[in-house]
Design a protein around this ligand. Structure first.
Ligand SMILES: Nc1ncnc2c1ncn2[C@@H]1O[C@H](COP(=O)(O)OP(=O)(O)OP(=O)(O)O)[C@@H](O)[C@H]1O
Length: 461
């Protein structure tokens, strides 16, 4: 099957000028991923004047694999990559990374914890140390993502992405933790982590006299790349090349909270997609209600959606007497819906997704596994990894207040920040469903779910 033909504004976006920078914002399900694919295919096609090798880049591996599988994208001059893969390859080809010496995941958190232990005795009594290592990891990611190389840049910056402001007086202390972490990391044999690698890419590009590998870069889910990552992509194309950025700020789930405006993109006008072509009206109404909750932070880049035309049943909210009953409902519902179409059980964590699907056949979508024309069946994934994908039906299990917002996030951030972050994830998860959505909970339902009874059909098993 080939790509659906662009409609209306979509066609204008595919054929935007072949040089310069372009920004396309759109709400969920408006065709950004498809048009990113179309644009990348157009820019790399030998029939296009000014064509050249093109990179289609996105944040998460599952989406990159999904894009790779689109038939129209299997062409010689087009590479589909995650940002991590692009940056690693570039530095590796330049001899600047050895093997896999880029730090990430729990090992990074452990080193940050050691850095906190090393710095904290000099500032005994500070409330800063009440924060968990995940909070420090997030702050260090933010500093790296902004590309700050001097303390002054950090102390003078407006710290976006936190509902609760972070006092400027504490920033030199956090900077010390970051420096200490980087020293410890180097001692452990790691030159970079996945956040500061972008600055290394930029530094290398500035000194690189070789011909540019890519003439055009198309970015999907651009809101999840840090400003420094976007700047590195802008630096990676020649002057007669192009960067096209597609994004949705309502789905910004990686904490950077910065607009494309701070990313080195200079554009004449911003294109906006408002027609949701994925969700039924009832599902889109629920997503809109989530985005209208008081803690859901909306930036200037938020695009108000138009109500979709597709009809479908209202989302079902199943109130269960306990977790055992809830899991029985989730498994039976997923098996029933998976007979005729694709159904994803999307949970907040991998542990919850595996738990919810225990005993049934479900394909785990961790680093791929979901293709352009996936067959009917049950798929399981997390809110983060479902990014960019879509399914005929979605089941969101374990949506009680005990689990959503996530406990670890609540412990690491204060309640306002935690709710702002977690409601974006919930928004992403809800908007993955084309026509059917089932949400289950036991105990008290999550405070992140809207309370308007008109949005759901509420049932007990
Ligand atoms: N021109 C079109 N013709 C037919 N279907 C379309 C068209 N454009 C988009 N769609 C359909 O709309 C749905 C959403 O498209 P897509 O995944 O590209 O949206 P998106 O904006 O990237 O969404 P999200 O940001 O929520 O992941 C898909 O099912 C896609 O096939």
């Amino acid at each position: 099957m080939s790509l659906p033909t662009p409609r209306g504004r979509q066609g204008d976006v595919v054929y935007l000028p072949r040089s310069g920078h372009h920004v396309v914002l759109g709400t969920a399900g408006t065709g950004k991923t498809l048009m990113a694919a179309w644009r990348a295919a157009y820019l790399s096609s030998p029939d296009t004047p000014g064509h050249g090798r093109t990179l289609l880049v996105t944040y998460n591996k599952t989406l990159a694999k999904y894009l790779e599988g689109i038939p129209g994208l299997r062409v010689r001059d087009l590479d589909v990559r995650t940002y991590g893969r692009f940056s690693w390859h570039y530095l590796s080809n330049s001899g600047l990374v050895r093997g896999s010496n880029i730090l990430g995941g729990p090992a990074r958190i452990r080193i940050i914890e050691k850095a906190v232990d090393a710095v904290s005795p000099a500032y005994r009594g500070s409330r800063l140390w009440d924060r968990g290592p995940a909070w420090f990891a997030d702050e260090i990611s933010w500093i790296s993502g902004m590309g700050f190389t001097e303390l002054d840049h950090y102390t003078d910056s407006e710290r976006r992405g936190r509902v609760t402001p972070l006092s400027r007086g504490l920033r030199p202390v956090i900077w010390k933790v970051m420096e200490n972490y980087r020293d410890l990391r180097r001692d452990a044999g790691y030159d970079f982590d996945w956040d500061d690698i972008a600055t290394a890419v930029r530094e290398r590009l500035a000194a690189d006299r070789r011909e540019h590998l890519y003439r055009h870069i198309v970015i999907d889910e651009g809101q999840d790349l840090s400003p420094e990552q976007i700047r590195s992509l802008v630096d990676a194309v020649p002057e007669d090349g192009s960067v096209t950025f597609f994004g949705d700020y309502a789905q910004q789930i990686y904490g950077q909270a910065m607009s494309w405006k701070s990313c080195g993109l200079s554009v004449r006008r911003v294109e906006r997609f408002r027609d949701n072509l994925r969700n039924s009206k009832a599902i889109a109404d629920l997503a809109t209600a989530v985005s209208e909750m008081p803690f859901f932070e909306k930036s200037d880049d938020f695009v108000a959606p138009l109500a979709p035309r597709a009809t479908g049943p209202r989302p079902t909210l199943v109130r269960c007497s306990g977790e055992d009953e809830e899991l029985r409902v989730v498994r039976a519902t997923a098996e029933r819906l998976g007979r005729d179409g694709t159904v994803a059980v999307i949970a907040r964590t991998w542990e919850a997704a595996d738990h919810a699907c225990r005993g049934i056949r479900a394909t785990r979508l961790r680093e791929g596994g979901f293709t352009w024309q996936a067959p009917p069946g049950v798929y399981k994934t997390t809110y983060h990894s479902a990014k960019g994908l879509e399914f005929d039906a979605v089941v969101l299990p374990l949506c009680g207040a005990e689990r959503i917002p996530d406990r670890d996030v609540l412990e690491s951030f204060d309640e306002k920040d935690a709710h702002a972050r977690e409601s974006k994830l919930l928004y992403v998860a809800i908007t993955r469903a084309r026509s059917e959505l089932v949400i289950t909970y036991s105990g008290t339902r999550s405070p992140l779910l809207p309370t308007d009874p008109a949005l759901f059909t509420e049932v007990r098993p």
